[in-house]
Write a protein that binds this ligand. Structure first.
Ligand SMILES: [Zn+2]
Length: 187
């Protein structure tokens, strides 16, 4: 099995668990306590030397003697090798931190699945009252229309309104500049 070292986001971990990782690669983040303890048996007091590094890589590649032990497993959270010293040899994570992190991950995954199967409806907004998909779009709710319009159109000030009022009295309503006649019939 090929080994590579990356720290991994939770999403990526989930992807890998779902079999989306195309290569035979194990990704590593921080080793848990149990994994560190197990690795210490091999590197002992080598310190941060090239030998220690090489030994650790061999360990990750399962190339060291002793790891055929039935009690030696990969932690289901941090993915490093560790040795299960529990009585029944039935633990899956190398330490308490990893166990809890793993549980959190599973819960999250369940929530995500649930969300996928049973998506929450999107919150209704004022824009939903606008029937835009027909030839003559309209608002089905006036309050929504006004609220939406106010976001784009500044209301006129008093002076402008006065001015428009005067203009309307002279020329009539609308944009055409046709002077209204005295009798209202255009002559
Ligand atoms: Zn672990």
């Amino acid at each position: 099995m090929k080994v590579d070292q990356y720290s991994l986001s939770i999403t990526d971990r989930l992807k890998i668990e779902d079999g989306e990782n195309p290569q035979e690669v194990i990704f590593y983040g921080q080793p848990g306590e149990g994994a560190v303890e197990y690795a210490r048996q091999f590197v002992g007091d080598m310190g941060k030397t090239p030998e220690a590094r090489e030994t650790l890589i061999k360990l990750l590649n399962e190339e060291l003697p002793g790891i055929e032990d039935r009690r030696v497993k990969r932690c289901d959270y941090c993915r490093y090798l560790w040795r299960d010293d529990s009585l029944r040899n039935n633990r899956k994570s190398c330490c308490e931190d990893c166990r809890q992190a793993r549980r959190k991950l599973q819960k999250r995954k369940e929530r995500e699945r649930e969300e996928l199967i049973n998506p929450k409806p999107r919150k209704r907004t004022k824009k939903d009252d606008y029937v835009y998909w027909i030839e003559y779009p309209y608002w089905s709710n006036e309050d929504s229309m006004l609220a939406e319009a106010e976001r784009y159109e500044k209301p006129y000030g008093v002076e402008t309104l006065d001015y428009l009022d005067t203009q309307n009295q002279i020329y009539g309503e609308g944009n055409g500049k046709r002077r209204t006649s005295e009798n209202g019939y255009g002559f």
